[in-house]
Design a protein around this ligand. Structure first.
Ligand code: NAD
Length: 453
């Protein structure tokens, strides 16, 4: 069966209205949950083969995430799908107004490789919870995970409801020519533009979860020990291959030395060694080569070692970095952390306003004026004060970018809404019909209308 046929079957299946039934949705979400739990060791094995990701990291950043999503929708489905009563204004009386969340139809989810389970399955779960059919195209770059996702889903679920399509650029290009009711894409800004253009041909709505350079600012009023510990964890998690990882650090000059020493202390303490299970590998030779070129030997404060065969790059901190250095021209997406010092907080915020809006931004300080200025002045997809990355794990917060880092969001109820149309319906009584809006118009009628509306 080719992919076009599968989409046609999904469209026919959607028309049967079966996916609108909440019991049906729950049954499949439960089945998916059980399948993931039963096959955890296969999932662990595949991701370890792809880029050496440990069982610990796979559980905390992938499996638990997906299971949590399923649990959230199982617990909240009834409330999320329920029509919402809203007030009816005077002009629409006598009547009642409701918003009916309705599924969009057949959606396409295109995933990225760096969190291969989470980024393919989490949007799919939200799409299914909202009552859609779904085709998922995981990233071919993480080949083993793509294959296991496809095997598990395609062997256990009806293709007319959910289906995993394997492939790379050619296959995605083929998919993008088909008419979906929604496209949810996670990946680079460059490919995001290709997806957006293709979607425009069919006026298909899109959610684009993209990347960018996410700053972390550390001021003299920060708890430096906590700042360094949390930044080291968030930056070197997945070997820096995390869309919301702090890309670079802006640290206030007066505390730079102390902060750098604390960074070094934690990198050592966390033992990101070549043969340790605490540290993920670089996904492939292409990315490895791109990354080692960004390590300027003259600027290494810590690290800088690598092993090409093992695709290992040591956590590397660079200092005396300038905005025009290569490492500051692109999203790093690897375990290299440039540190730039600054002397005026407000001036630094202003300089960030000149850059593309990042997916995330982080501020470490205990100064309330700095916190306020950070929130009010800077525009970014989402972020944390006194932490990194963790905002993504709170399903009560929407997750998404802005401008070059993306459009739209998901997680929790926001994911449900992303895959739903909010259909407004006004239901009128057939009695109590004021004649004032109908022709023939008169001065008197207009005066009435002016008084009441
Ligand atoms: P990518 O854009 O290269 O690939 C993403 C997907 O697009 C893959 O499934 C791939 O097969 C497909 N693709 C690649 N080139 C294509 C083309 N020319 N035409 C059609 N489809 C194409 O991204 P990646 O390397 O997998 O991921 C890294 C990027 O994703 C980083 O920029 C990172 O910040 C971003 N990212 C964002 C989030 C987020 O949630 N915002 C999460 C993870 C990664």
């Amino acid at each position: 069966m080719n992919i076009q046929e599968i989409l046609f079957r999904q469209k026919d299946f959607f028309k049967t209205q079966k996916t609108k039934n909440l019991k049906f949705r729950k049954m499949y979400l439960e089945k998916l949950r059980d399948l993931i739990i039963e096959n955890q060791s296969l999932l662990n094995e595949a991701i370890y083969k792809d880029f050496g990701k440990s069982e610990f990291d796979t559980f905390t950043t992938e499996i638990s995430f997906i299971l949590n999503d399923i649990r959230y929708y199982l617990n909240h489905l009834k409330a999320l799908a329920k029509p919402k009563k809203v007030r009816t204004n005077l002009a629409s009386q006598i009547g009642k107004s409701k918003i009916y969340p309705e599924p969009l139809g057949c959606v396409l989810v295109i995933g990225a490789w760096n969190y291969p389970y989470q980024l393919s399955l989490s949007p799919m779960i939200a799409a299914l919870a909202a009552g859609n059919c779904c085709i998922v195209k995981p990233s071919e770059i993480a080949e083993n995970t793509m294959k296991i996702i496809s095997k598990l889903i395609n062997e256990n679920f009806p293709p007319e409801y959910m289906y995993v399509f394997e492939g790379g650029i050619d296959e995605t290009t083929e998919l993008l020519q088909l008419r979906f009711d929604k496209i949810f894409f996670t990946g680079s800004t460059k490919v995001g533009k290709i997806v957006y253009q293709a979607a425009a041909q069919n006026l298909t709505p899109v959610t684009l979860e993209l990347g960018g350079k996410s700053p972390a600012i550390v001021t003299k009023d920060a708890n430096l020990d906590i700042a360094a510990k949390r930044i080291v964890w968030g930056k070197f998690l997945n070997a820096g291959q995390t869309c919301v990882a702090p890309d670079y650090i802006l640290v206030e000059e007066s505390v730079q030395e102390q902060f750098l020493e604390t960074l070094r202390k934690y990198i050592r303490e966390f033992k990101y060694e070549p043969d340790s299970k605490n540290y993920t590998r670089i996904i492939n030779q292409k990315n490895f080569q791109r990354l080692i070129k960004l390590i300027d030997k003259n600027k290494i404060y810590f690290g800088g070692n690598f092993d090409q065969e093992q695709l290992y790059i040591e956590p590397t901190v660079l200092t005396r970095v300038n905005w025009d250095n290569d490492v500051m021209q692109e999203e790093i997406f690897g375990p290299i952390l440039p540190v730039i010092s600054f002397s005026g907080f407000n001036h630094t915020l202003n300089s960030l306003l000149e850059l593309e809006k990042p997916l995330s931004a982080y501020l470490f300080t205990n100064n309330s004026e700095e916190k306020e200025a950070f929130i009010q002045k800077l525009s970014f997809g989402g972020g944390c004060i006194n932490d990194v990355v963790m905002h993504l794990g709170n399903e009560n917060l929407p997750f998404g970018g802005i401008g070059n880092s993306g459009t739209g969001n998901y997680h929790g109820k926001f994911g449900f809404e992303t895959f739903s149309h909010q259909k407004p319906v006004l239901e009128k009584t057939t009695w109590g019909e004021p004649n004032v809006k109908y022709p023939p118009y008169s001065e008197k009628k207009l005066n009435w209308i002016k008084r009441f509306l």
